[in-house]
Design a protein around this ligand. Structure first.
Ligand SMILES: Cc1cc2nc3c(=O)[nH]c(=O)nc-3n(C[C@H](O)[C@H](O)[C@H](O)COP(=O)(O)OP(=O)(O)OC[C@H]3O[C@@H](n4cnc5c(N)ncnc54)[C@H](O)[C@@H]3O)c2cc1C
Length: 374
C-alpha cells in the first residue's frame, strides 16, 4: 500500500488531511505508538487508551462520527476513514469504545434529552465506560430466548439472572442490557432495554479467561438489583426493537478499515523481522491488501447512504466481510512469522471476531433470506 488510502484521498479535503497529519505527528508520543504496536486484542493497554482518549477529546476528535451538537467531530465517512488510516499507519493506540461506537449513537438517535445530557458528555470525557449485556447462557444466536428478569416495583425494576460473555465488564461503569419485563412473555415480546450503573448493589462480575490467558469477557450476575425504570431506551415491552437498532449500529462499525490496516501492518512487520522471503506468501499478502481496499470502498458506499446500513442484511455483509478478512490477515501473520509470540497472540485474539455481534453462520442466514434463498 502506498499510504494514499485509495479513494479516501480524492474525496477528503487537503486541508483536513494536513490538519490530521500535523495533529497525529505531534500528539502521538513514542510511548503511545509503542502501546499501539503492542496491541493484540480490541483495545490497547488501559493507560494508553486513557492518555490517547484525553488528547483526542481535547482536540474534539474522539467521537468522529457523532454530530457536532453532541460533542462529536461531525466528520464524513471519507474523513473518518482518512483519520483511522492515518492512526493505523502511525500505530496510534486502539480505543474501540463501546460508548462511542454503539450506545452513544443509540442515545443520540433515541434517548431522552435527560439521557443525552447525562450520558453523552460522560462518554466523551471518559468518565463512563459501557459494556453490552445481551447474551445469556441459554441465549446467544437465539438472543430472544433471554430470561434476565426485570420485575416492576414502583418507579424501579428489580433485575434477577445473569449475562455472559460481557466484554470489558471489569472496566465498565455502565451496562446497557436487555431484560424480560413481562412475566410469561416469549421471544422478542415483553422486553425492556435498560441503562444501568455497574456499581449497583447485587451485581457481581466474574472473569472468563481466553485460551491464551487474556481477560476480555465476563459473567455478570444480578441478585435483585434495583434500577430506575426511567433509565431505559424505548418503551417498556418494546426493548427488542431498540436492541435491533443497537445491533445494526454495532455491526456497521464492528471491524473497521483502520483495524484491518493495523493488523496488516503487524503482519508485514512480523514478516520483515522474521527474515523470511517467500514469494507465494508475499503474493497472498498483496491480495489481502487489495481486499482491505475493497472493504474500504464498501465502507464509503455505506457511509454515503448508497447501502442502507440501518437494514440488517447490509450490516451483516459488512460484519462478515470485515471479520473474516481480519482473521485471514492474522492467519497469514503466523505463517509469515512462525516464531513470533505476538503474531500468535493476534491470531488468537481475532478468532472470536466471527462469533461476537452474531456469528458468521447467523449473518449468512440473514443475507441468504434477503436475497431470496429458501
Ligand atoms: C470474545 C467474545 C466477546 C463477546 N462479547 C459480548 C458482549 O460484550 N456482550 C454480549 O451480550 N455478548 C457477547 N458475546 C456473545 C456473542 O454474541 C455470542 O457468543 C454469539 O451470539 C453466539 O452465541 P453462543 O455463544 O450462545 O453460540 P450458539 O448460539 O449456541 O451457537 C453455536 C454454533 O451454532 C451456530 N448456529 C446457531 N444458530 C444457528 C442457525 N440458526 N443457523 C446456523 N448456525 C447456527 C453458530 O453459528 C455457532 O457456530 C461475546 C462472545 C465472544 C466470543
Amino acid at each position: 500500500m502506498d499510504g494514499s488510502f485509495g479513494i479516501t484521498t480524492s474525496e477528503a479535503g487537503e486541508a483536513f488531511q494536513r490538519a490530521v497529519d500535523t495533529f497525529l505527528d505531534t500528539a502521538l508520543t513514542d510511548e503511545l505508538r509503542a502501546a499501539g504496536r503492542a496491541t493484540t486484542g480490541l483495545k490497547s493497554a488501559p493507560w494508553a487508551c486513557a492518555a490517547w482518549r484525553e488528547k483526542l477529546h481535547a482536540q474534539g476528535w474522539y467521537a468522529q462520527s457523532w454530530p457536532v451538537e453532541h460533542g462529536g467531530a461531525g466528520w464524513s465517512t471519507e474523513q473518518r476513514l482518512y483519520f483511522e488510516n492515518a492512526c493505523a499507519m502511525r500505530d496510534a493506540p486502539l480505543l474501540q469504545s463501546s460508548g462511542i461506537r454503539t450506545i452513544g449513537p443509540l442515545i443520540i438517535a433515541e434517548g431522552t434529552p435527560e439521557q443525552k445530557a447525562r450520558y453523552l458528555p460522560a462518554i466523551l470525557n471518559g468518565q463512563h465506560e459501557w459494556c453490552q449485556g445481551f447474551s445469556e447462557p441459554q441465549a446467544g444466536s437465539d438472543l430472544s430466548a433471554l430470561s434476565l428478569r426485570a420485575e416492576r416495583d414502583g418507579d424501579d425494576f428489580i433485575l434477577s439472572g445473569s449475562k455472559i460473555w460481557t466484554s470489558f465488564a471489569q472496566y465498565a461503569t455502565h451496562m446497557f442490557l436487555l431484560a424480560r419485563c413481562e412475566a410469561g412473555s416469549t421471544g422478542g415480546d415483553g422486553l425492556v432495554f435498560l441503562l444501568i450503573e455497574m456499581d449497583r448493589p447485587g451485581i457481581t462480575v466474574n472473569p472468563i479467561r481466553f485460551i491464551d490467558g487474556d481477560h476480555e469477557t465476563n459473567e455478570v450476575f444480578f441478585d435483585r438489583v434495583r434500577t430506575p425504570a426511567a433509565d431505559r431506551v424505548g418503551n417498556i415491552g418494546a426493548g427488542w426493537k431498540t436492541a435491533k437498532r443497537l445491533m445494526a449500529i454495532a455491526r456497521s462499525n464492528n471491524t473497521t478499515t483502520g483495524m484491518l490496516r493495523r493488523a496488516f501492518r503487524a503482519a508485514e512487520r512480523g514478516y520483515r523481522d522474521s527474515g523470511y522471503a517467500d514469494p507465494a506468501l508475499q503474493a497472498r499478502l498483496a491480495e489481502l491488501d487489495l481486499r482491505i481496499d475493497m472493504f474500504e470502498a464498501l465502507e464509503v458506499h455505506a457511509g454515503a447512504g448508497r447501502i442502507r446500513i440501518d437494514e440488517a442484511p447490509a450490516t451483516s455483509v459488512l460484519k462478515v466481510l470485515a471479520t473474516e478478512l481480519h482473521q485471514a490477515i492474522t492467519e497469514i501473520g503466523i505463517e509469515l512469522a512462525p516464531n513470533s509470540d505476538f503474531a500468535l497472540a493476534k491470531y488468537f485474539a481475532t478468532r472470536a471476531a466471527t462469533i461476537y455481534s452474531g456469528t458468521s453462520e447467523v449473518h449468512r442466514n440473514i443475507i441468504a433470506r434477503a436475497i431470496g434463498c429458501p
